[in-house]
Write a protein that binds this ligand. Sequence first.
Ligand SMILES: C[S@@+](CC[C@H](N)C(=O)[O-])C[C@H]1O[C@@H](n2cnc3c(N)ncnc32)[C@H](O)[C@@H]1O
Length: 228
Amino acid sequence: MLKATPSAASAHGMHHGDTVAGNGAGVRPYRPRLYDLFVELALIGREPAFRRRLLDLAEPRSGEAVLDVGCGTGSLALMAKEAVGSAGTVCGVDASEQMISWARQKARRIGVEADFQPAQTQVLPYSDARFDVVLSTLTLHHLSKKARAQFAAEARRVVKPGGRILVADFAEESPRKGLRRHLHHRPGAVALHEILALLEGAGLSVVASGPLGIQTVHFALAVVRSSS
Ligand SMILES: C[S@@+](CC[C@H](N)C(=O)[O-])C[C@H]1O[C@@H](n2cnc3c(N)ncnc32)[C@H](O)[C@@H]1O
């Protein structure tokens, strides 16, 4: 969805003057305010439904601990906090300092408690078995194959036995033309079989997968078996 040419970059909230940690697949800096606007336009008013559908699948419950990896501006993490309530905790990490700073501002503005930290998907700054739910949406396509495998291993490490990991990403490049293609442009997509292989390769059991029903996004939900 985000292209590194100057015109598309600015339309999608990317800015070449920003800093972002490397991601194993090239540097992709953002302007968070534009990113939020872009998501609203690209999903044509369906962003809340998109986020809700993801949470319906991962089912964060009252008192649980949730981590959003590649959290961007924090929209999904902040919605997850409503689900886990005051007894639960929500953390979000992103390689982009700008995204993290915007997510923190957004949380303060709406009075929702969530901990946002700059970090790479490949090296999560958390202890083993810390979370009940790990989410990663629209981020995998930014990562190199090696970085994806490192992310899957890290997600497996930080999730508790019995915990859930939800990964969602674009299934294909946008088929649209003209302005709509520009708005929907994505340099990357990740085939479902690749997501399944990634999660299974990390020792996770996939319990559900398929199209999300919004654009070309598809998902895989995996669990850590209590005995593994
Ligand atoms: C398309 S945005 C998706 C953001 C959010 N998950 C959402 O659904 O709107 C991709 C995010 O992945 C982040 N990202 C890219 N490579 C990363 C890496 N190696 N580690 C952590 N975050 C990364 C980017 O900074 C960006 O915020």
